[in-house]
Write a protein that binds this ligand. Structure first.
Ligand code: SF4
Length: 694
């Protein structure tokens, strides 16, 4: 960090990395940020922070920032720097040309979970009102779309049920498919404090994470399941609860649909769902599963926290519903200390989903086929909205290869690096006739773009982010947009050139419109956010200060609904040719594909991705610690250095995905969640062999 001297003033804003949503004071000298200081009144972090929020903000002024719009007619041509007007005119004329030639549905847009709620809202409005279709999707597609689906089906709302603070009332904490000490560090500190005070801990994870075993924390139960078997494990836990009489009968009778419960109960009670029967699938000893189930059901207030290790599977949505079933079966929902808590990855993944960035839902998770909702937006926007859902991101790629989807507006997401099966994505993008990338750096997706619009960092704009606990917090501008425009202003300019005027002079007016049209945001204003610090939605006349705990007296859908969650093995099988399972995760100092953190001092804490492999698997292949290995899957291959680690179980290897050269998504497959198309990043059959050099 370059110290620039004593601050002259400070601005309170929100970290733009993970879903914890820590508040910071950006301390300024003139127009320069001197340092980021965790804000003691921040309700998500209470003065704490991690190394990303505290130190990794220098990317905002990095020399690699794109500061001039650029265009080119072919991706093999060199980029030509042009004025904003020329770039936007070119993008709009290309989109119009494509729609004239290929039809109204031949273009679409991608909303970024890194951008603000207001910016996401404008992109989906541009697509629905300006493009005239519903071909809008978000990068949540590849992370937490199963959370949206699964929690809506069972509980009635596509969001976590608690505040972070609620963990302080938990007696039992069950963590499944999440590694909060690396991915959500400030919340993990809160959790560890509670654990040190005596709460019991169950960790369901193929790997020995820090929560499983570290100098200060020891899980009561670690269930080291094989990747891809979450639903089998959750069925086995439910089986024990049902067959050993551990159900909360009063809660179920009062709060849940009776018939659906009885069907679920009879299903999980079947012998094939017992821990003994499932042991062959999960690889976990039945007595561990029985002990964990008894602890979860009888240990007092029990809370479940889960992450991408649950959602990024072929049965991601099924697993989310199975988690909700467990919480309802034991009455662990609707009060402090319990609940179902998705740990959202990106800063605004909750918000980007809330504001209508899925192709089937208008803001507030209301289906486009619902005529009342559609008419509300039609009358506010002065257009008609297609009642049919549009294309999801993977469908856009397929349609591009079919020749029916030819133009894309991609704001703040590097789809080439972050979506699965890179070769397939690259082929689809190469087939399109106009790709408009709006980003702060030249990224892998920009290699396929025809128009490059400079993006703005979180320090350069006003807006809001919504964290994993539904908390809406202000993002405040601390410096002028380096390329002249904030992202929301660019979307307005593009819409205007497509013949659709949007008139806002400040993001607060966009939030006012969201609030007017969305019951869960009805009471949210910038003035109230300034007064209260932050607000957890729903915020409306019934809950003017927001809603810390959801589903208190009844579920949002009325009665909670148990859903039968049958385990189905993934198609991604190990074979003699691909005998190991690769799974992926994150490391504390880096963030996602590393576009920001790699351009900060944090790079010195983690300079490359490595492949963790169990000593037994390494020895069998002649792999030495630190040596290069080739990782081959059915989709492709890549080369990494090996790290021999007892954290792994035999047969499972692990890597992070923070550096483009690691090529993690070159080897991931096309498999995806049956309900949402969320990619199955967490299970890839591979072979690993030593090589001399990359
Ligand atoms: Fe930012 Fe998340 Fe770290 Fe908080 S925990 S400082 S939100 S990266």
């Amino acid at each position: 960090v370059i110290e620039l001297g004593q601050p002259e003033h400070s601005v309170v804003t929100t970290c733009a990395y993970c879903g914890v949503g820590c508040a910071f004071k950006a301390e300024m000298k003139g127009s320069e940020v001197v340092r980021m200081v965790p804000y003691k009144n921040g309700q998500a972090n209470e003065g704490h922070s991690c190394v990303k929020g505290r130190f990794a903000w220098g990317y905002a002024t990095h020399k690699d920032r794109i500061l001039k719009p650029m265009i080119r007619s072919k991706i093999t041509d060199p980029w030509k720097e042009v004025s904003w007007d020329e770039a936007l005119d070119y993008a709009a004329s290309e989109f119009k040309r494509i729609q004239k030639k290929y039809g109204r549905d031949s273009i679409g847009g991608i909303v970024s979970s890194r951008c603000t709620n207001e910016e996401g809202y404008l992109v989906q409005k541009l697509v629905r009102a300006g493009f005239g279709n519903n071909n809008v999707d978000t990068c949540a597609r590849v992370c937490h779309s199963p959370t949206g689906y699964g929690l809506k089906q069972t509980l009635g709302e596509s969001a976590g049920t608690q505040t972070f603070k609620s963990v302080e009332q938990s007696d039992v904490i069950l963590v499944i498919g999440a590694n909060p000490t690396d991915a959500h560090p400030v919340f993990a500190s809160r959790m560890k404090k509670r654990l040190r005070a005596g709460a019991r801990l169950i960790v369901i994870d193929p790997r020995v994470t820090e929560l499983v075993r570290s100098p200060h924390i020891q899980a009561d139960y670690h269930l080291p399941l094989k990747p891809g078997t979450n639903v089998a494990m959750l069925s086995a836990l439910a089986h024990v609860i049902v067959t050993e009489g551990l159900l909360n009968e009063d809660f179920i009778a009062e709060r849940c649909e009776g018939k659906a419960f009885e069907q679920w109960r009879d299903f999980v009670a079947k012998p094939e769902n017992s821990p003994e029967a499932m042991a062959e699938v999960t690889g976990v000893a039945p007595e561990l599963v029985r002990g964990a189930a008894r602890l979860y059901a009888t240990g007092g207030n029990a809370a479940i926290y889960y992450g991408l290790g649950v959602t990024e599977h072929a049965q991601g949505s099924t697993a989310v519903m199975a988690i909700a079933n467990l919480a309802m079966a034991t009455g662990n929902i609707g009060r402090e200390g319990v609940g179902v808590n998705p740990l959202r990855g990106q800063n605004n993944v909750q918000g980007s989903c809330d504001i209508g960035s899925f192709p089937h839902e208008l803001p507030g998770y209301r289906h486009v086929s619902d005529s009342t909702t559609r008419h509300l937006f039609e009358s506010a926007w002065g257009v008609s909205i297609n009642p049919e859902p549009g294309l999801r991101i993977p469908n856009m790629f397929d349609a591009a290869l079919d020749g029916s989807f030819m133009g894309l507006y991609c704001q703040g997401e590097d789809i080439v690096q972050s979506d699965p099966n890179t070769q397939h994505v690259a082929a689809a993008l190469s087939a399109m006739e106009c790709i408009v990338v709006q980003d702060i750096f030249m990224n892998e997706t920009a290699m396929y773009a025809h128009v490059l619009l400079p993006g703005s960092s979180f320090l350069e704009k006003d807006g809001t982010f919504t964290n994993a606990e539904r908390r809406i917090s202000r993002v405040r501008k601390v410096m002028a947009p380096r390329a002249g425009y904030a992202d929301w202003e660019v979307t307005i300019e593009l819409a205007k050139r497509l013949g659709y005027e949007m008139n806002y002079s400040h993001p607060s007016e966009i939030m006012d419109e969201i609030a007017r049209l969305t019951p869960t945001f009805q009471g949210v204003t910038y003035a109230k956010l300034d007064k209260l610090g932050s607000i957890q939605w729903p915020c409306n006349t019934e809950a003017p200060a927001g809603t810390p705990i959801m589903h208190v007296d009844e579920f949002v859908r009325g009665k909670g609904k148990f859903i039968i969650t049958q385990y189905v093995a993934t198609d991604e099988k190990v074979t003699r040719k691909f005998p190991l399972i690769l799974t992926t995760g994150r490391i504390l100092s880096q963030y996602n594909v590393g576009a920001q953190t790699r351009r900060t001092e944090n790079v010195h804490w983690h300079e490359a991705d490595v492949l963790e492999i169990h000593p037994h698997d390494a020895q069998e292949r002649g792999i030495r610690d630190g040596g290069w290995v080739n990782i081959q899957s059915r989709a492709g291959d890549t080369v990494l250095r090996a790290q021999i680690s007892e954290r792994m179980q035999p047969g499972v290897v692990y890597t992070t995905f923070h550096f483009p050269e690691s090529g993690a998504n070159v080897i991931t497959t096309d498999n995806s969640d049956w309900a949402t198309n969320c990619p199955e990043y967490k299970v890839t059959a591979v072979q690993v062999m030593p090589v001399n050099e990359p």
